[in-house]
Design a binder for this molecule. Structure first.
Ligand SMILES: Cc1cc2nc3c(=O)[nH]c(=O)nc-3n(C[C@H](O)[C@H](O)[C@H](O)COP(=O)(O)O)c2cc1C
Length: 365
């Protein structure tokens, strides 16, 4: 089953493997994508990764949250991105651009000294207290996401993925912990999801209703169960309601993840050294899969081939997404296909976060 083709809206994928969005630290300082990125994606395509999702690309200059992060806030990025998508397509690969605004977790700089968020809730991880966005700023942000989606299409991407996870701006809106608004952008699940559904509507109008829009969704903010923050935070069953709203809005596939930086190491867990620790968001994807009909992509510590098969067969997901294993072994899918490996080599040490460009820095014996 893991090598069966699948279709996401009109997008035909050769197998069930997804390279989850991974910030590569390979763009220029102003966000311009580089040849180095093209090389990395071309290599993944040559190695038969069914769908490649780029590192997160910021839709407005103030929405950056990492150094050497790629951007999509200007038409000047069209040409370099076009070169990248052409390289991937020449190898019969499929590539989707992940788009983001850093929101509460955006980098603070001289030009952007205060992060923006739906509400002014202090982030105990960064120590920053964001500024509550005005209605005009929300409308401006929606326009920026729509322009980014439309640029992605122009640059030859096979779709976009809205980054609605990991504590960045769209997930700040979805979560009742970070969104305390009482206007039409806050309160009910429907109101908190409105910013995303408006972006979907806008991209469909501008880029065409057949342009695939995916979303990476936080199923949980990830605070320790029983803690005072956990009581206010996003978790099941609300994430199921959000998924249903997104499906209705026309999202083609949902990638299930979790965690915001304030909650600690939830998104990118280290030391996944037993099968029991793998697929750490699977209980959420099972719940969501029972409620929606669109393809579900599961990410988070998936390493063992027999588990990948089980996740698909037992109704946890339709696609298997990985980030760190592909940094360690870009040819992992070919190895699995040939039956050469039972498990990814990645030890989840997180040394791959290399500000000179992601790479596996673990010293294997
Ligand atoms: C170096 C690095 C950069 C990442 N950058 C992104 C990103 O740009 N967007 C995103 O949604 N997730 C990002 N993630 C999270 C991964 O997509 C994935 O959700 C997480 O690493 C768990 O999957 P894994 O266990 O297969 O690595 C990143 C992870 C790593 C290790």
């Amino acid at each position: 089953m893991i090598f069966d083709p699948i279709q996401i809206c009109g997008l035909k994928l050769q197998n069930r493997f997804v390279r989850s969005a991974t910030q590569e630290f390979m763009a220029k300082a102003d966000g311009t994508p580089t040849e180095r990125l093209g090389e990395l994606y071309e290599n993944l395509a040559s190695n038969k990764v069914g769908l490649i999702i780029t590192g997160y690309s910021y839709v407005l200059p103030g929405g950056q949250s990492d150094s050497l992060q790629q951007g999509i806030y200007s038409d000047r990025f069209l040409e370099p991105y076009r070169k990248i998508t052409e390289r991937v397509h020449r190898k019969n690969g499929k590539i989707v651009l992940q788009i983001v605004h850093g929101g509460r977790q955006a980098t603070v700089s001289k030009e952007y000294p205060v992060p923006i968020a739906p509400s002014s809730v202090k982030d105990s991880h960064s120590g920053q207290t964001p500024r509550e966005m005005s209605e005009a700023e929300i409308l401006h942000l929606i326009k920026a996401f729509v322009a980014a989606g439309s640029r992605a299409k122009e640059a030859g991407f096979d779709g976009v993925q809205l980054h609605c996870a990991h504590g960045f701006l769209l997930s700040n809106f979805l979560s009742p912990y970070t969104n305390r608004r009482t206007d039409r952008w806050g309160g009910s699940v429907e109101n908190r999801t409105r910013i995303v559904t408006e972006i979907v509507k806008g991209i469909k109008e501008k880029a065409g209703s057949d342009f695939p829009i995916l979303a990476k969704l936080n199923a949980t903010d990830g605070f320790r169960a029983g803690s005072s923050k956990a009581k206010q935070a996003l978790d099941a069953p609300e994430c199921v309601e959000i998924a249903k709203i997104l499906e209705k809005a026309g999202i083609c596939a949902l990638e299930i993840s979790g965690g915001i930086s304030e909650a600690g190491s939830v998104t990118i867990k280290s030391d996944i050294n037993s099968r029991a620790k793998e697929a750490y968001f699977k209980k959420y994807s099972k719940l969501i899969k029972q409620a929606v009909g669109i393809p579900l992509i599961l990410v988070g510590g998936i390493r063992t081939v027999s588990l990948m098969r089980e996740l698909l067969e037992e109704g946890y997901a339709d696609l298997i997404s990985m980030s760190r294993p592909f940094i360690c072994e870009p040819d992992l899918i070919l190895k699995i296909k040939k039956g050469e490996v039972e498990k990814a080599r990645c030890v989840s040490c997180n040394l791959c976060f290399d500000i000179e460009g992601i790479k596996c820095n673990f010293e294997f014996d």
